[in-house]
Design a protein around this ligand. Structure first.
Ligand code: PSV
Ligand code: MN
Ligand code: MN
Length: 419
């Protein structure tokens, strides 16, 4: 079934809803342009059914190689016109023929977002173990192995046309006394400095922090303060990366975002949602108002610095799920991001600033909630429609029986690489 054909049946209802919302703001065209430009990278490891440490229940038709992962993202992008980038994890996604992979991605309108290194697992045949950390390790040879791996990842990225590296380290300790904190920090900094030296001029490195897991007493890049310390010491190409699931409960992530932006050190974002820890649930499924408050700071802070919303930060989903079709889940996550971005664009900033000046707390809250409670679905759908996408990506996915087709093509017993 063609997308246009599916859209046909939805057009009249869409037009009614769009006319209404377009009448509510004088910013319609500007918002539509911003929505069209905004692209969210899909992580290669989210295309298969995730799991917990207790089990994994793949439903079939999962991509069996990098080519098929790119095809899946191509399909998402065709439907929502907002998923035009892929983020790879090495060694899960080593491209056997980078030129072919690059050409295939280009065919689907997909660019290569940040490359991710992996020193949190031991790979088959690996000389030395990361059991007690990688860049922080007391053993220099193990630190060197981790440095070399990251440099290798940069090389793969160069071949593919990526321009950033995300370093997430699971380094830390599980018990008091296990580590000398200062030494672990220094070792990690020295390793990151070596990796930094290997970055091409136009590249950025994102230092991703995480409060806990898999280490449960200390983490060597445990919060935004530590990440910012590393980024500051490394230099202008180094930035902090915020993953929404990597904070201690109730952390005020929107305030963290505001201050990182103010310092010019916010580099990228991993979107997901959570109730307890790093749950990696569908974006917007648990705490949509928190997501809105974060986007509100992103828009305000980026505008204050004259930044381009679409280009100056790395936007990525980092989610995984045990019980949903992975592609449907990703469509839901992207939709949640676009809706929240649109709501943040609707905030009456002048009125908010005036309320803040007057200590008018009630009006300040009203301004934010006015935007948050606006139904912007028709705005986001209109942006998709104008770009040639689907009015209802999820509806199309089901109506066209996409998963059944993928199972027919790839088989029922397929498991994509990843966690
Ligand atoms: C770690 O929890 C993380 O958020 C990092 O971004 C990893 O690269 C990713 O998940 C995949 O395991
Ligand atoms: Mn992450
Ligand atoms: Mn995570």
């Amino acid at each position: 079934m063609e997308i246009a054909q599916h859209n046909e049946s939805l057009l009249a209802a869409h037009q009614r809803a769009f006319n209404y919302i377009a009448g509510e703001t004088d910013q319609t065209e500007a918002i539509l342009n911003k929505l069209a430009a905004f692209q969210v990278a899909i992580p290669s490891w989210a295309l298969g059914t995730g799991g917990t440490r207790f089990g994994r229940f793949p439903a079939g038709g999962e991509p069996r190689n990098l080519e098929e992962k790119i095809e899946d993202i191509g399909l998402l992008h065709k439907l929502n016109q907002s998923s035009g980038a892929i983020s790879l994890h090495i060694p899960w996604d080593i491209p056997s023929n980078p030129a072919n992979i690059r050409a295939l991605a280009a065919e689907h309108g997909i660019r290569f977002d940040a490359m991710n290194s992996n020193t949190f697992q031991d790979q088959p045949g690996q000389a030395l173990s990361y059991k007690f950390g990688s860049l922080q390790h007391v053993n220099k040879a193990i630190r060197q192995q981790a440095i070399d791996h990251n440099i290798e990842v940069i090389k793969h990225g160069i071949e593919l046309g990526s321009d950033s590296l995300t370093v997430w380290l699971s380094d830390g300790s599980c018990f008091p006394g296990q580590l000398n904190f200062r030494q672990a920090f220094q070792h990690t900094l020295e390793g990151l400095q070596e990796i930094y030296k290997a970055l091409p001029d136009n590249w950025k490195v994102f230092v991703e922090y995480k409060a806990f897991e898999p280490n449960f007493y200390s983490t060597t890049v445990g919060d935004w303060g530590q990440s910012l310390l590393y980024a500051g010491k490394l230099g202008p190409k180094a930035y902090t990366l915020v993953d929404l699931g990597h904070h201690l409960p109730n952390a005020n992530i929107e305030q963290i975002v505001a201050l990182l932006l103010m310092e010019g050190k916010l580099g990228g974002f991993h979107f997901n949602d959570s109730k307890y820890g790093d749950d990696d649930l569908t974006v917007g499924s648990i705490k949509p108002y928190q997501l809105f408050l974060i986007f509100n700071e992103l828009v305000e802070g980026m505008d204050a610095r004259g930044m381009n919303h679409a280009k100056d930060l790395g936007w990525m989903i980092d989610a995984s799920h045990n019980v949903k079709d992975p592609l449907e889940d990703l469509l839901q996550s992207v939709e949640a991001i676009m809706l929240t971005y649109a709501q943040a664009l609707l905030v009456d900033r002048k009125k908010l600033a005036a309320a803040q000046l007057n200590n008018d707390v009630v009006t300040a809250q009203e301004v934010l909630q006015q935007a948050f409670r606006t139904d912007v679905r028709a705005l986001v759908a209109e942006a998709r429609l104008r770009a040639g996408g689907s009015l209802n990506p999820l509806g199309y996915f089901r109506a066209a029986k996409v998963r059944a087709q993928l199972i027919k093509k790839r088989g029922l017993k397929t498991v994509a690489t990843g966690l």
